[in-house]
Design a protein around this ligand. Structure first.
Ligand SMILES: [Cu+2]
Length: 139
């Protein structure tokens, strides 16, 4: 698969440590708006609340890269005019098939463990480009 993933993973958790909002331990990081790294994760948007929405459009996820607390309910809604799917880049523990994610459908899951959960739509993207997104779960 992707040998760099473990390294990028650690970097991600570091880089995306929420620019504001989390009570400031060790604030040596620059907290400018846009973070980017070798693995291409940019514009991670911190989302508050026990439930957050991600919209599937034709053919993007919006907001594509979000950061949430563990246990946040993530709701994907297909607001496009085409079928889409949500497939994890790694493993198959979550996600939804196109038949269950036609226009108007929603798919909900919850991540209890911190980590970076990348996903993509296999109809309009590949694991690392096109219709892709990620959920960064951090305390
Ligand atoms: Cu799609």
């Amino acid at each position: 698969m992707r040998p760099r993933l473990a390294v990028a993973f650690a970097g991600l958790l570091f880089v995306t440590a929420c620019g504001g909002g989390n009570g400031g331990s060790g604030d040596g990081l620059s907290s400018g708006g846009t973070d980017s790294n070798d693995d291409g994760l940019t514009d991670v948007v911190h989302m508050d609340g026990s439930e957050v929405d991600v919209t599937a459009l034709d053919n993007t996820f919006r907001v594509a890269n979000i950061e949430v607390k563990p246990g946040t309910k993530i709701v994907w809604e297909n607001k496009g005019r085409n079928d889409h799917d949500v497939l994890p880049v790694s493993g198959d523990a979550w996600g939804v098939q196109p038949s269950d994610f036609t226009p108007g459908d929603t798919y909900t899951t919850t991540f209890d463990q911190p980590g970076v959960y990348r996903y993509y739509c296999s109809i309009h993207g590949t694991t690392d480009q096109g219709m892709v997104g990620s959920v960064v779960v951090s305390e």
